[in-house]
Design a binder for this molecule. Structure first.
Ligand SMILES: NC(=O)c1ccc[n+]([C@@H]2O[C@H](COP(=O)([O-])OP(=O)(O)OC[C@H]3O[C@@H](n4cnc5c(N)ncnc54)[C@H](O)[C@@H]3O)[C@@H](O)[C@H]2O)c1
Ligand SMILES: [Zn+2]
Length: 365
């Protein structure tokens, strides 16, 4: 595989919509932006306090070569800031700076920055363009692709949002060097997920390269991110509005998300998804869908990327949370199960008892 520089294009209805660029620095950003016809348009770079400290001045200097006016909006890092209040402050900033329909936002940061910037871009003046420069592993392999944008509302995650596709996703993998190890490992939960649900060769590749992944070996990380994005691309192209196959991406998320909520977000999303994935695999095993060897291999791989043991919630509360999360959409739980590595499917046959059994097993292990 070509691993020095590469570009992948996301298509909808066979039309190319945006490119994803994979690089080890920011040196190709200018070229990509020139190709997008950004010259002369105002740019607002949105970032959070951690990321801005490392990368804002470099990205600003590059974009200043294209635009007469490059401003920034930096908010305090953290999921609590992914709110309508931050969006309101960003609107205000854009209005005071006379941003018009042709102007453009750049999301420089993790999933929080990407989701919030995308949502602001989707709604400001009925929609303006935006670019994703994802800097966390989770954002590089997952949230920056697919056009889902949004913010949280009180304690309801991603309650308010819109589909709005970026014009470009620019991945500079070397930004991962400043990401904390815990955040990096949390992103690995989503990487392993692609292998588990739709890409068995990738799953085995991750198993074979896990030491190099942990050591952040450049070529391996680049291939890993490329292959993850390729999987996400395949899924979103087939199901842009999440009406079918995209639900497979929720593997590990039904129980993981309930645990995340009940432990008041003190664990990272990927950590909870790791636990949720182990539980979903155990349900698959209990239903006779996968072998003991498959289950063990999956548990070992997820645990290798340091999935912590998460306690501090009641089994009944988890079931209640799953029920209330699901009630809003379909009334019946759509649970993602596995019948082999690389093949997940949507099941409507997971009942409370199935979830209860594995949760109790997990808690008493
Ligand atoms: N839109 C989607 O399809 C989608 C998919 C999955 C998750 N999400 C959303 O993504 C969010 C989680 O994203 P996240 O895990 O990136 O969280 P995040 O944006 O909060 O980033 C995690 C932490 O890492 C810091 N950080 C990011 N990049 C860094 C870097 N290169 N160097 C140093 N620090 C860095 C951030 O400041 C933050 O403190 C959630 O809100 C979730 O709902 C969206
Ligand atoms: Zn997730």
């Amino acid at each position: 595989m070509e691993t020095t520089t590469s570009v992948m294009t996301v298509h909808y209805d066979e039309k190319p919509i945006y490119d994803i660029g994979f690089y080890s620095d920011f040196s190709h950003l200018l070229g990509h932006c020139e190709a997008l016809n950004i010259k002369g348009r105002n740019i607002c770079i949105v970032s959070d306090s951690h990321v801005a400290e490392h990368y804002l001045s470099e990205v600003t200097a590059i974009l200043e070569k294209l635009s007469p006016k490059v401003i920034s909006f930096v908010f305090e890092a953290g999921e609590e800031q992914k709110s309508l209040d931050t969006v309101r402050r960003l609107y205000e900033h854009l209005i005071l700076e006379h941003f018009e329909r042709r102007d453009i936002l750049v999301a420089l940061g993790g999933g929080v920055v990407g989701d919030l910037t995308g949502y602001t871009a989707a709604t400001y003046l009925r929609g303006i363009d935006f670019i994703q420069i994802p800097t966390s592993l989770l954002a590089q392999v997952d949230s920056s692709i697919g056009g889902k944008t949004g913010v949280d509302f009180d304690s309801y995650k991603n309650m308010v949002g819109a589909f709005h596709q970026p014009k470009l996703v620019y991945i500079n993998i070397s930004t991962l060097k400043t990401l904390s190890t815990r955040q990096f490992l949390s992103g690995m939960g989503e990487v392993v997920k692609y292998g588990v649900i739709i890409d068995a060769p990738f799953y085995h590749w991750i198993e074979e390269h896990k030491e190099q992944i942990i050591a952040l070996e450049n070529a391996v990380i680049k291939e890993m991110i490329y292959r993850s994005c390729d999987n996400k691309r395949r899924v979103v192209e087939q199901d842009p509005k999440e009406q079918g196959m995209r639900a497979l991406l929720n593997f590990g998320h039904t129980l993981g998300h309930a645990i995340e909520k009940l432990t008041h977000f003190q664990y990272l999303h990927g950590e909870c998804v790791g636990v949720g994935s182990i539980l979903a695999a155990r349900i698959s095993y209990n239903k006779g869908l996968i072998t003991k060897e498959t289950l063990t291999s999956l548990e070992e791989l997820i645990s290798f990327f340091s999935c912590p043991y998460i306690s501090g919630y009641e089994v009944d509360e988890v079931l209640e949370t799953v029920r209330s999360d699901k009630k809003m959409s379909e009334g019946q739980i759509k649970f993602i199960l596995l019948d082999e590595i690389g093949h997940a499917y949507i099941s409507r046959e997971v009942c409370n008892e199935d979830m209860k059994t594995v949760l109790e097993e997990y808690q008493h292990a």
